[in-house]
Design a protein around this ligand. Structure first.
Ligand code: SAM
Ligand code: SF4
Length: 368
């Protein structure tokens, strides 16, 4: 069955409320997921390495102005221990995520990446915010495979209200995002759904931008209000225009992203599990997603990485998260993916550009 995915068709699906019609969307997305990325669910071990942040994002609890949280930064040895745990659980990738933290220096992060690649041997994804091209190049040369940087919304007015540039600097996010693939990274991006004043047209534009950027990874999750942020105090939105920050809208975006970017890796996110702990992750996986990111952050830091309140699983240990998530995936009749789990998109791009493997460096960047 082919669905109409021109602009009116996409807007129709984004506004669809009929359960039987939506079943068609879920079925189509699940079929495309199976045909393009298979039944394997790849696990990426998430390590939240620092909650220091110098930015003032209007939506996020880690913003610099939030004095209500205790800040931490993990040591290199603590991060290495988490990466070893990822390998021991059979995960092919470790994702190092943080606020925009200048305490995580170019050389410090490069050393950590080099040690993970040398001593542990898993793929490394970085998600450390807007960093300089020099830093991104150094981390790629040290062996980092992927970089995640959500553009958050394709609406430039909304973006400038919610993600002000650093004082005296130009907005950098889109330029950095476009620089990732030429540096040899697998490029990941994504958006939040249900931001104040976000419209259905904005979401349709987000989907267009996913396609235009030829992303290897696409992460979409509901916006969750944090009371200690400017967006936690936002006034009432215009009814009819405002996209709701719901599970249903998130599934629709996952399904449409899968149909429009069939080869991308798409996670079923923690934010989705936060809205529906019983089956949010499972429904994401049945409606187009093929990735889950079990949390490996040590329990003493987990609760401090409070980007939004009541985050799913903040009190669990890595071992419990691993058993819970693998059990849920097996119950769906899906397999756990082995190896780094690069997107077929990247393999196609590398073939045309003369690359061979996910860990192979692009020509011209040299050896680590
Ligand atoms: N600092 C890096 C950055 O901004 O790219 C990486 C860490 S940041 C916490 C990771 C993602 O969390 C952001 O890209 C954003 O989409 C998401 N996030 C932040 N606050 C959120 C909120 N209140 N609700 C849902 N997602 C949120
Ligand atoms: Fe910092 Fe990222 Fe949160 Fe913005 S979204 S405040 S950059 S951690």
């Amino acid at each position: 069955m082919t669905l109409t995915l021109d602009r009116p068709g996409i807007l129709g699906w984004l506004r669809e409320t009929d359960g039987a019609r939506l079943e068609e969307l879920w079925r189509a997305a699940d079929g495309v997921r199976r045909a393009h990325v298979g039944d394997e669910v790849h696990l990426r071990g998430l390590v939240e390495i620092s909650n220091h942040c110098l930015r003032q994002c209007a939506y996020c609890g880690l913003r610099a102005d939030n004095r209500e949280i205790t800040r931490y930064r993990m040591t290199a040895d603590e991060i290495l221990a988490c990466a070893k745990q990822a390998r021991d659980f059979g995960y092919g990738t470790v994702v190092l995520q943080s606020g925009e933290d200048e305490g995580l220096t170019r050389d410090g992060v490069a050393d950590i990446v080099r040690r993970i690649k040398g001593e542990v041997g898993v793929a490394v994804t970085l998600s450390l915010g807007e960093r300089t091209l020099d830093e991104l190049r150094a981390w790629r040369e040290a062996g980092a495979d992927r970089y995640l940087l959500r553009f958050e919304t394709s609406n430039p007015d909304l973006f400038s209200r919610m993600h002000p540039p650093r004082p005296g600097k130009r907005p950098a996010r889109m330029d950095l995002l476009r620089a990732l693939a030429p540096l040899g990274y697998e490029a990941g991006s994504g958006v939040m759904i249900g931001l104040p004043d976000q419209s259905y047209e904005d979401l349709a534009n987000d989907l267009d931008l996913f396609r235009e950027l030829d992303l290897d990874m696409i992460g979409v999750g509901p916006f969750i209000v944090h009371p200690a942020t400017p967006f936690g105090k936002a006034g009432p939105a215009q009814p009819g225009r405002q996209v709701p920050a719901t599970e249903l809208m998130t599934y629709k975006m996952i399904a449409l992203a899968r149909l429009l970017c069939p080869d991308a890796n798409i996670p079923s996110t923690t934010a989705l599990a936060t809205l529906n702990l019983d089956e949010g992750r499972e429904l994401g996986l049945q409606r187009g997603a093929n990735i889950v990111m079990p949390n490996l952050t040590p329990p003493e830091y987990r609760a401090l990485y409070a980007i939004y309140p009541a985050k799913a699983c903040i009190r669990e240990t890595a071992d419990l998260c691993n058993r819970c998530i693998t059990g849920r995936i097996h119950k769906l009749g899906r397999e756990i993916g082995r190896g780094p789990g690069a997107s077929p998109n990247l393999r196609r791009r590398h073939k045309t550009a003369g690359f061979e493997r996910v860990t192979t460096r692009p020509r011209g960047l040299g050896r680590p």
